[in-house]
Ligand binder design. Structure first.
Ligand code: PGA
Length: 239
């Protein structure tokens, strides 16, 4: 595990964007998993800027959304697929973009399809950490070996889904790349910003590995890189 502690959110965004661009440069057709949420917004801004200035090339990149709300109509602006399109994908030519279908009739079949689509393996999974320790929508005490799964969302996760869409009645379920595939990724970049993540980050890094805190499983990932700002890292032993 490599932990980089930076001063603030701007530095976190810079470190995250630089890491993603390194992976994009180093591999011929990199498969990269992308999260939504507040934490990566600055990273996406920098990636767009670099891309538009011609300093990075996404035309060979294969992007996959980390998770999705279910059910929601296809193309609904609150879907994570639509969010990632707005933040990055629709700003120029990318090699490939796939996501879990928020409108899938059968979520189990959809999860199977998505896990197959990721069959070549994940080069880099960029993830945030929920205040309850979830990674993607792998909520506490759900299946920690699944390649991809449908999960009942916690009240907190449903509330977060409303953040940008106050009128949304958030769906009860999420579809997510499971910890099984995340643990098999070549590398995982975990981003944590702000004091409200300090306790959960410290538990995830120094506490027991337990399905009650899905992020704790990442302790056993040989290619885990954590980038945290000072506030989020304040309870880590090294901070
Ligand atoms: P956040 O969400 O980036 O909005 O804090 C992270 C998460 O819940 O996984």
């Amino acid at each position: 595990m490599q932990i980089t502690i930076v001063n603030d959110y701007d530095e976190l965004s810079q470190a995250a964007a630089a890491h993603v661009m390194r992976v994009l440069r180093d591999r011929p057709t990199p498969q990269v998993v992308l999260p939504t949420g507040n934490t990566p917004l600055g990273m996406y801004h920098l990636l767009r800027t670099e891309w538009q200035a011609g300093r990075t090339d996404l035309s060979q990149a294969r992007f996959f959304a980390l998770d999705e709300l279910w059910p929601l109509p296809e193309g609904h602006p609150a879907t994570f697929a639509a969010t990632l399109r707005r933040l990055l994908i629709d700003h120029g030519p990318v090699g490939h973009f796939d996501h879990l279908r928020s409108h899938a009739a059968d979520p189990e079949v959809e999860c199977h399809r998505y896990a197959e689509a990721l069959g070549g393996g994940i080069d880099l999974a960029v993830v945030g950490i929920g205040r309850n320790g979830h990674i993607g929508y792998n909520e506490p005490r759900t299946d920690m070996r699944a390649p991809c799964q449908k999960v009942e969302l916690t009240a907190q996760s449903r509330l977060s889904a409303k953040a940008y869409f106050p009128d949304l009645e958030p769906p009860e379920f999420g579809l997510t790349i499971g910890m099984g595939l995340i643990m098999a990724a070549r590398s995982v970049l975990l981003l944590a910003s702000g004091a409200e993540k300090a306790e959960v980050l410290a538990q995830a890094v120094t506490g027991p590995v337990t399905p009650s805190l899905p992020a704790s499983l990442l302790q056993e990932h040989p290619g885990l890189i954590i980038v945290a700002d000072r506030s989020a890292a304040s309870l880590l032993p090294s901070a």
